[in-house]
Design a protein around this ligand. Structure first.
Ligand SMILES: C[S@@+](CC[C@H](N)C(=O)[O-])C[C@H]1O[C@@H](n2cnc3c(N)ncnc32)[C@H](O)[C@@H]1O
Length: 214
């Protein structure tokens, strides 16, 4: 599916999120608090849009993704970045390799969330930081209803105008609605052995940033 959306993925993101995605990505970098010399894994990095904001932090970022289509578009647009093709469930990295692991709008798409959280814990150094940026549940009920209508009715229609694979955006709406809310995801993270799990809502809870320590 991601191979088919790759060509116009970044454009579709900007349009469908009304430009909000750029602010969300800056928040991810702030939550990771990268330092010079650190090694950061950006998992499910797609075309590298979520990895790019780390480039000026002094840390090295390794964008890793399963979709060759996304990686090819990424490599064409961002030739200086070291893209790696790999499955989040079976990473080609040694134990305790990274100072931080981040995954933006990717965990929802991985087949086995718990297995992915465990694999991320394997490759992070003790005390390292995990940051998950993912769609979540708006906290104010009237806004939640409005947003739910947007997901079901408007988003797939707008996607037909801007995406190379509009059907993928029907899946997006369904997968967001099926995804656990803020507390639900925090519990899953804790159950995988992560410490100090906390979250922060962005854009009223459309997106939540979960942070934890290995
Ligand atoms: C919505 S995109 C997010 C891309 C990027 N992180 C961003 O914020 O723009 C989701 C990505 O998850 C990747 N993905 C899905 N399952 C995966 C897996 N098991 N291992 C690695 N990447 C996976 C897809 O290939 C896709 O590029």
């Amino acid at each position: 599916m991601f191979d088919r959306v790759a060509a116009r993925y970044d454009l579709a993101n900007d349009v469908l999120s009304l430009g909000q995605d750029r602010a969300w990505r800056r928040e991810v970098v702030e939550a990771v608090r990268p330092r010079a010399g650190q090694l950061i894994l950006d998992l499910a990095a797609g075309t590298g849009t979520s990895s790019e904001p780390f480039l000026h932090s002094g840390a090295s970022v390794i964008p890793t993704d399963l979709s060759f289509g996304m990686l090819l578009v990424g490599k064409q647009r961002r030739p200086d970045m070291s893209f790696v093709a790999a499955d989040a469930l079976k990473l080609p990295y040694a134990d305790a390799s990274f100072h931080a692991v981040t995954i933006s709008f990717g965990l929802r798409n991985v087949e086995d969330t718990t297995a992915a959280l465990n694999e991320m814990r394997r490759v992070i150094k003790p005390g390292g930081t995990l940051v998950i940026c993912e769609f979540s549940t708006p906290t104010w009920r009237p806004f939640r209803t409005l947003y739910s209508n947007y997901l079901v009715a408007a988003l797939p229609r707008i996607a037909t105008l801007v995406s190379s694979s509009p059907a993928a955006y029907e899946y997006l709406a369904e997968s967001i609605q099926a995804w656990p809310d803020q507390q639900g995801l925090a519990t899953m993270i804790e159950e995988c052995g992560w410490q100090d799990v906390e979250w922060r809502n962005l854009s009223g809870g459309i997106v939540a940033l979960h942070r934890a320590r290995a």
